[in-house]
Design a protein around this ligand. Structure first.
Ligand code: PEP
Ligand code: MN
Length: 336
């Protein structure tokens, strides 16, 4: 249920109303817009009579929200959420018209690899550096990532370039290791790891929540809701392709998810054309398509030696190819 307050309601009136709602055993989510305040009621609202609420002289309107996601719902929070990542002069904003260009290798492999790539992508306009340290691999015999040592190399690359870092968490047991990671990624395979989501909800860390391999948009937003229900509203959604019947591309990039998510939610949404297609030659066109469809950013895999990459070389751009894409994205953004 949401209650929109009339303009000019005093702070005391607002406070009294919120205390009354909380007294009914219902939590509130408050969104202060430029012209109006929207109070979202979360939990079992069956004890609250909507007619009683709408009869109050400080209330403009009361609407029931039928969707199961509340905090992530655009009706609870009409303005776009802007997530801030990193600190000081390298702080990056995503959402509400702020576009993010995230680039880097699938996996951190060595100090020179990650630092060289970080420098190259920064020169091309990347605003964040990606790199996996804990890797979710289909086979237990494949490279599993460098773990904590990989995180240390990411910190070194951040120091060398100033780029905030994005890396995937696989288990809540690792949370301490991620304390100074700027943006924590929840990968497609963990989108419904509810214990992990609840743990991240108790932090105030920015979270990059990828869409599950075969998840509906509603399931994806419910996973965001798990994090938000704990009080962490710093979430960026990432469309990375979903499973379908065609095996030509690694996944099928669901571009329509961008406008749909923007309708349903206030959270920023970015696109990963690398995991969506699995083929580096398809990454440029899908990057541009994502921008045209209104994405708030891109996350692109870049490797300085794709042929010898320990993970996902076939979908990785070289730094020169990334530079080309970044230029085209910049030009297209100006038109869009
Ligand atoms: C990744 O970003 O390296 C990754 C494994 O992505 P996804 O979870 O989308 O497969
Ligand atoms: Mn990858």
């Amino acid at each position: 249920m949401i209650a929109v307050l009339k303009a000019g309601v005093s702070e005391t009136q607002k406070k009294n109303l919120i205390n009354w709602i909380k007294g009914q055993g219902v939590d509130v989510h408050i969104s202060e817009g430029q012209f109006q305040t929207v109070i979202g009621l979360i939990g079992d609202t069956s004890r609250i009579d909507p007619d009683l609420l709408s009869g109050l002289d400080i209330i403009e309107s009361v609407t029931r929200i039928s969707e199961p996601f509340k905090c992530a719902n655009r009706r609870f929070h009409p303005a776009d959420t802007i997530v801030e990542i990193g600190e000081g002069e390298n702080k990056v904003k995503i959402g509400g018209g702020n576009f993010a260009m995230i680039a880097g290798p699938c996996s951190v492999e060595s100090e020179s690899q990650i630092t060289d790539i970080a420098k190259a992508v920064k020169a091309s306009g990347a605003t964040l550096l990606r790199g996996g340290a804990f890797k979710p691999r289909t086979s237990p015999y494949d490279f599993q990532g460098m773990g904590a040592d990989g995180l240390e190399l990411l910190r070194k690359a951040r120091k060398a370039t100033g780029l905030p870092i994005v890396t995937e968490i696989m288990s809540e047991k690792h949370l301490d290791l991620f304390e100074d990671v700027d943006l924590i990624q929840v990968g497609a395979r963990n989108m419904q790891n509810f214990e992990l989501l609840k743990t991240l909800g108790r932090t105030r860390k920015p979270i990059l929540l990828k869409r599950g391999l075969s998840s509906t948009i509603k399931e994806w937003l419910m996973s965001a809701e798990y994090i938000m229900a704990g009080g962490n509203e710093n979430i960026i959604l990432c469309e990375r392709g979903i499973r379908s019947y065609d095996t030509y591309t690694r996944n099928v990039l669901d571009l329509s998810a961008i406008p749909v998510v923007k309708e349903l939610s206030h959270l920023p949404i970015i696109v990963d054309p690398s995991h969506a297609t699995g083929k580096s030659r398809l990454v440029p066109s899908m990057s541009l398509a994502a921008v045209a469809a209104g994405a708030d950013g891109l996350i692109i895999e870049v490797h300085n030696d794709p042929e010898h990459a320990l993970c996902d070389g076939a979908q990785s751009l070289t730094p020169a190819q990334f530079d080309e894409v970044a230029k085209k994205v910049k030009a297209l953004k100006e038109i869009v």
